[in-house]
Design a binder for this molecule. Structure first.
Ligand code: HEM
Length: 417
């Protein structure tokens, strides 16, 4: 296996559901073995969890993702099990199937469409320039805190229409939700303590209580928000969301809209420290249109989403029974050598790049795709313009999660052009 793989401790036989399997980076050797030997892999039930299938090949992921009538999102989208009551209390439109899914998706699509996001380009560029300037002035800094975390947070605030003063707090809460298995992000590590008290909250997290309260304040008009922002539009639309749906939608955006783009940018910074040849390539301007997608392919921060089989079926030659949980490992499909030549190597000019990091090929493909791509592209351009070199001062630290992977801290030193 190539030395390009971040996780050098992975021996190819890790427990795929165990959050600790990911603390040295994604176990790519294990996923490669599964793609080769057991592409639709069965994990037996354990005390706390029903059995599930892991789909690891690109072609099978695309097939399942394109058949929501067979591989449904409407019984939960994470490996972990949920009771029906928990599902109903916590669900968003992401946990519904067409045609129901289309109703809310249509409501929020325009604000995140490609033409809408292009309108933000100048703002993204200005914010990215300020963030990169402030960081590199310090010479040595944590690349995730100083750069990767900043732009997604500020842009989500602008698009939703929330006050800047609230953003740090909101991101901290969003981190606690999505990082509910990582002690760096929450005191309430969900797989290590009893979380029954929060079972009706998103991610079974106490941070869900705070975010619900905040969302209610917004919904009731007790928070001053930008009338042009997405939240105002969703609340005031004729067919707008009810409070319960709004609260969950709000939590989804705060969680999904931050960490994913952050970990894509932190992957870019990590790769720049590992592969000095990438910076001159970025500086040449020749990979402006392809580099962001390649970084996002390699980052694949949302490693999986789950479906549930609505009937007996066959996927990748394997029989799957009605009711079985089927986990689509986008992170694995994105390193499938059947599709990506030299899959672990960053090739910033890779084109075409049919990666599935955003859940492409299915009705739930990422709402924030155009925003995330543009943010990554602009940060790469800013770094290329301003940096003469970047070195890691210590090893990266990776998230503890079977769901969201990424470099959560990376001390670096930079030389400025
Ligand atoms: C690099 C950054 C990102 C990655 C890799 C990513 C990944 C994904 C993936 C894989 C899905 C598909 C879910 C499924 O199949 O069930 C998804 C859906 C979604 N994403 Fe993202 N995402 C990113 C950024 C964002 C941002 C910036 C936002 C919000 C501003 C966002 C909001 C959403 C929402 C709301 C959905 C659900 C869409 C639906 O069910 O129709 N994401 N994302």
């Amino acid at each position: 296996m190539s030395s390009m793989i971040e996780n050098q401790r992975d021996d190819g036989f890790l427990n795929i559901a165990d959050h600790d399997s990911y603390t040295d980076g994604v176990p790519h050797a294990s996923f490669a073995r599964l793609r080769e030997q057991d592409p639709v892999h069965y994990t037996t039930p354990t005390d706390g969890m029903k059995s599930f299938w892991s789909v690891t090949r690109h072609a099978d992921i695309l097939e399942a993702n394109g058949k929501p009538e067979i591989f449904s999102s409407a019984q939960g989208i994470r490996i972990e099990d949920q009771s029906r009551e928990e599902y109903l209390a916590r669900r968003t439109f992401q946990e519904t199937d067409p045609p129901e899914h289309r109703i809310t998706r249509k409501l929020v699509n325009p604000a995140f469409s490609r033409p809408a996001i292009i309108q933000y380009e100048a703002m993204i560029r200005q914010l990215a320039a300020e963030i990169v300037d402030a960081a590199i002035k310090r010479g040595e800094f944590d690349a995730v805190d100083a750069i990767a975390k900043q732009l997604p947070m500020l842009m989500l605030g602008r698009i939703l229409g929330l006050p800047d003063a609230d953003l740090e707090w909101l991101v901290e809460k969003g981190d606690a939700l999505i990082g509910n298995t990582d002690p760096d992000f929450t005191d309430h590590v969900v797989d290590k303590m009893n979380s029954d008290a929060y079972r009706f909250m998103p991610f079974r997290s106490p941070a869900g209580v705070d975010l619900y309260d905040y969302a209610e304040t917004v919904f009731a008009g007790r928070k001053s928000i930008d009338p042009q922002g997405v939240l105002h539009r969703v609340i005031s639309a004729d067919n707008g969301l009810a409070l319960e749906d709004f609260r969950n939608f709000f939590c989804l955006l705060v969680a999904a809209g931050n960490d994913t783009t952050r970990y894509s940018i932190s992957m870019a910074l990590y790769l720049l420290t590992k592969h000095p040849e990438l910076l001159p390539q970025l500086q040449s301007g020749s990979v402006d249109d392809t580099a962001a997608d390649e970084i996002i392919r390699l980052a694949s921060p949302t490693m999986h989403f789950r479906r549930t089989a609505t009937r007996d079926t066959v996927l990748g030659g394997t029989k799957i029974a009605e009711g079985d949980k089927v986990v689509l490992w986008f992170v694995s499909g994105n390193r499938d050598a059947a599709v990506f030549d030299d899959p672990h190597r960053p090739r910033l000019d890779r084109h075409p790049n049919p990666n599935v990091a955003f859940g492409q090929g299915g009705p739930h493909f990422c709402l924030g795709m155009w925003l995330a791509r543009l943010e990554v592209k602009v940060v790469l351009q800013e770094l290329a313009t301003k940096l003469a070199g970047i070195e890691a001062l210590d090893a990266p630290r990776w998230t503890r999660s079977n769901f969201i992977c990424g470099v959560k801290s990376l001390p670096v030193g930079v030389r400025v052009r």
